[in-house]
Write a protein that binds this ligand. Structure first.
Ligand code: SF4
Length: 549
């Protein structure tokens, strides 16, 4: 992994790691689907030791795909796993720091230094074991599971997440341990993208260049999970950032692999066939000067291309702002189709003297780099006209359409470069209403236009003791009308409450058949029977004052 190697794709089992046969069978399904690494959770030393049986079972069947142990809270477990599997993921938020309390403590500089020193004392013996066994590590930071110490000094900020990672990386460098990959994940794509860019910048500043694992955590399932993942991961891949990818879907783990494959192949193809313009050659070049940000701070518009149809029906809740029928006039406002190759001094002057004209920004093969160059030239010349990003595809498969469109368009909205979106598809197999849903989905995934309930759900893992996919279905059926609310459905009480981040409400599995319900960070109902949990959640939401209509 890393350097000139291909971008690797991976997934994680959700079987109990003590269930050797079940875990082996699931690893094989992931590998057969094309997974290049398989991660398994090890919540205790027993589970870590059983990784040997899983690995041996796989080897006996001819599978030698590298295995990764996922460790939280206990360096001893990490040390055990490091002697068995090829890679160990640790979480800097809980490797050596005490269990998170969500309280704010005051640290003097000296106390803070002493805490960091404690990390060194716990981390260096682990590195020695990894060196001896040639085991790689992933330093995997998650938004929402930062330690109290980092939270107290930096808050729940991108800087806090970057520093949490850098503290461990600096120790690796001092110890001459380079078998490291790093990740910073969040369920909010804006936070995830900005933080990874910041991490890349910080590494560059400190002369480091470690490979990056990309992922949007708790992305959910179905269309939303795919679009959210493509927005976050795709944006960074197009900037040349990322060496391995996990798409976290609340579905069977092997279902993640084709999505990751599609995403990686598309982003790799895009960056090799339409190389970034000089403005975008550098890693992390998405960090933009504030002067380039969209001049309009309005909610982005959705244009629906109905040029090939006379069907003007819409989805009930996702009604586009305009139908595009080929007419270049909307009310009194003209539309002006523009690509980089058509941009001349005369065009700039025309647009400046007609600021009400709306630009439809397109490019051959939806070349994002050219489109960005065009935005930069326009905005640096003080052209203030609204810019609608207009991409055209020719896909018969909806998933492919969603992933390509979300990969290409995500950064334009995360970075507030454009003021609206029009997606076209030459193949009529995908209906205009479905395309509209994809446009709204991209805007929701970037946090720019909220048109439905947002679900944050983890992919589940060996810690999950209930049927998470079924719980998600039930929660969605009961709450999908609550537009604007963020509802988390999490598989375990250990990491769930921390990692559901900024959700308004949380449905968190505690054990077999038991659920706890949260309002924000506060646990309101503890250990209630699973069969009543959805009704109780709905009651909790409707009796709270903050239901957004
Ligand atoms: S929240 Fe818990 S169950 Fe869900 S993936 Fe994370 S550790 Fe596993």
């Amino acid at each position: 992994m890393g350097g000139e190697n291909p971008i690797r794709i991976q997934s994680m089992t959700n079987t109990s790691t003590m269930d050797t046969d079940g875990s082996i069978r699931q690893c094989i399904r992931i590998i057969e689907a094309g997974g290049e690494y398989v991660r398994l959770t090890a919540q205790g030393v027993r589970e870590a030791e059983n990784l040997r049986a899983v690995e041996e079972g796989l080897h006996a069947l001819g599978y030698h795909t590298p295995l990764i142990a996922d460790i939280h809270f206990n360096p001893k477990i990490a040390e055990t796993a490091a002697q068995i599997v090829e890679k160990v993921r640790i979480n800097p938020g809980n490797f050596a720091d005490p269990v998170k309390t969500f309280q704010t403590f005051e640290y003097s500089d000296e106390e803070y230094r002493q805490e960091v020193e404690k990390i060194r004392e716990r981390f260096i013996p682990f590195l020695a074991i990894c060196k001896k066994h040639n085991t790689a590590i992933r330093i995997g930071v998650n938004h929402g599971s930062l330690s109290d110490r980092i939270m107290s000094r930096y808050g729940d900020t991108p800087q806090g997440m970057v520093e949490s990672c850098m503290e461990f990386l600096r120790i690796c460098v001092l110890e001459n341990f380079t078998n490291v990959v790093i990740s910073i994940k969040a369920s909010n794509t804006f936070t995830m993208v900005q933080t990874v860019r910041l991490l890349v910048e910080q590494m560059d500043e400190e002369g480091m260049n470690f490979p990056l694992h990309l992922g949007v955590t708790e992305a959910g399932d179905g269309e939303d999970g795919r679009i959210k993942s493509a927005v976050g991961i795709g944006t960074l891949l197009l900037e040349g950032i990322g060496d391995t990818v996990r798409v976290s879907l609340s579905e069977d783990p092997e279902a993640e692999i084709p999505v990751a494959r599609l995403l990686v192949d598309y982003a790799t193809h895009r960056s090799s066939t339409s190389p970034p313009t000089p403005l975008h050659m550098e890693r992390g070049a998405g960090l933009l000067p504030a002067s380039f940000l969209a001049v309009h701070n309005d909610v982005p518009l959705v244009f629906s291309d109905r040029l090939q149809t006379t069907d003007y029906s819409t989805n009930a809740d996702l009604v586009p702002d305009y139908f595009y029928t080929g007419s270049l006039t909307i009310n009194d406002t003209s539309l002006f189709a523009l690509s980089l190759s058509e941009l001349t001094d005369e065009t700039i002057e025309y647009l400046k003297s007609n600021p009400q004209v709306i630009i439809l920004l397109h490019a051959e093969d939806n070349n994002v780099y050219e489109q960005k160059e065009c935005v930069f030239i326009l905005r640096s010349n003080h052209v203030t006209n609204k810019i609608i990003l207009w991409n055209t595809y020719d896909e018969s498969d909806l998933e492919t359409f969603q992933i390509k469109a979300a990969t290409d368009c995500g950064s334009f909205f995360l970075d507030r470069l454009t003021d609206g979106l029009m997606l076209s598809n030459k193949n009529l197999k995908i209906t205009p209403q479905t395309i509209d849903a994809c446009s709204f989905g991209i805007l929701q995934a970037t946090g720019r236009r909220i048109s439905k309930t947002e679900y944050i759900s983890c992919p589940s893992c060996g810690r999950t003791l209930f049927d998470l996919q079924l719980a998600i279905k039930k929660v969605k059926a009961a709450t999908s009308h609550l537009k604007g609310l963020k509802i988390a459905i999490m598989g375990c009480i250990v990491n769930g409450p921390g990692e559901m981040a900024d959700a308004d409400y949380g449905y968190v599995g505690v054990g077999a058949g038991k659920v706890s319900l949260y309002k924000g960070r506060e646990c309101i109902l503890k250990n209630i029977p699973e069969e009543n949990a959805v009704d109780e959640l709905l009651r909790l939401i409707t009796t709270s004052n903050d239901v957004k209509k």
